[in-house]
Ligand binder design. Structure first.
Ligand code: GUN
Length: 285
């Protein structure tokens, strides 16, 4: 079963749009998302455009601030401080990666925790691991939403996450654990990776290598979630971390790239922004 993330994301966005309309009625303004893009990386430009399109669609006020690649770290930190202090800005997202002269950790830490719609701030990360109320990172949240909407049971299942990044692998593993899966975090240096991966009921791949997962790594009937966004070195086309054609007949559920996890990630970003707004208004805690 090939599941379109675009279709599933539509339902989440419709739900957000309905709640935005209610919030607008009640509070006299829509939630406001500000996205900061530094430089002209084409992939980042395209991601930012997608976020802006979705923000428009759900009825947010949304602002994209573009700064040249030479902008200093101080200028970015000053801009963030200004947005933190603006009571009518509810969500702040700085598109990554940043130019090398800007320290990403310092920038992420500068965003007010309660406006950190990406869920990257160390305060949000700590709260996630301590099971406290927090803003969940969008891609891991999107993965869980995807599995739920696709009707994949998580509780009691064996989940293998390939990849251990702060942004995807580690938090995705934590969310699966919180749903009572038994989780293995694997990586490129895992011994017998093919065997480990092929035993998974749920296989999440976020390793950032084109077509890294081959058919021998997928168990019969597994749910395969491909988080990779790569260029196929042969065709130059967008492709995932999973060799889709080789694996699709073994999986019970598989996500395509593009059009899989990406749209769900953006839908969860919209949900996070609305939730930041509602938390500020005291509706949720
Ligand atoms: N660059 C690639 N993915 C992301 C993301 O989820 N958030 C931000 N801020 N930058 C990214």
């Amino acid at each position: 079963m090939i599941i379109s993330g675009t279709e599933l994301a539509k339902e989440t966005k419709q739900d957000v749009a309905r709640r935005v309309a209610e919030a607008k009625e009640k509070y006299g303004r829509a939630p406001h998302l500000v996205v900061i893009l530094v430089g002209e990386d084409p992939a980042s430009q395209s991601y930012v455009k997608g976020k802006s399109r979705d923000a428009e669609e759900v009825g947010f006020k949304n602002t994209t601030i573009v700064r040249p690649a030479e902008t200093s770290e101080k200028e970015i930190l000053d801009l963030i401080a200004e947005l933190n202090a603006d009571n009518e800005v509810d969500g702040i997202l700085v598109q990554l990666p940043l130019p090398r002269h800007i320290n990403e950790d310092r920038v992420i830490e500068a965003i007010a925790k309660e406006k950190d719609v990406d869920g990257f701030h160390p305060g949000n990360v700590a709260s996630l691991w301590q099971k406290l109320s927090c803003i969940l990172p969008c891609t891991p949240k999107g993965i869980i939403r995807f599995l739920d909407k696709a009707g994949v049971e998580i509780e009691g299942k064996k989940a293998v996450v390939i990849g251990r990044s702060n942004i995807v692998g580690l938090p995705a593993a934590k969310l699966l654990l919180d749903r009572n899966a038994t989780v293995t975090i694997a990586h490129s240096r895992t011994k017998d990776l093919a065997k480990v991966a092929s035993e998974a009921d749920i296989l999440v791949v976020a390793i950032g290598r084109p077509k890294f997962v081959t058919a021998d790594m997928v168990g019969e009937g597994a749910a395969v979630i491909d988080v990779g966004v790569n260029r196929d070195p042969e065709t130059g086309k967008l492709c995932g971390d999973v060799d889709f054609e080789a694996c699709k007949d073994k999986a019970s559920v598989i996500t395509p790239v593009p059009g899989g996890v990406g749209p769900m990630t953006r839908a969860c970003l919209m949900e996070n922004t609305l939730e930041c707004f509602l938390r500020k208004m005291g509706e949720i805690c």
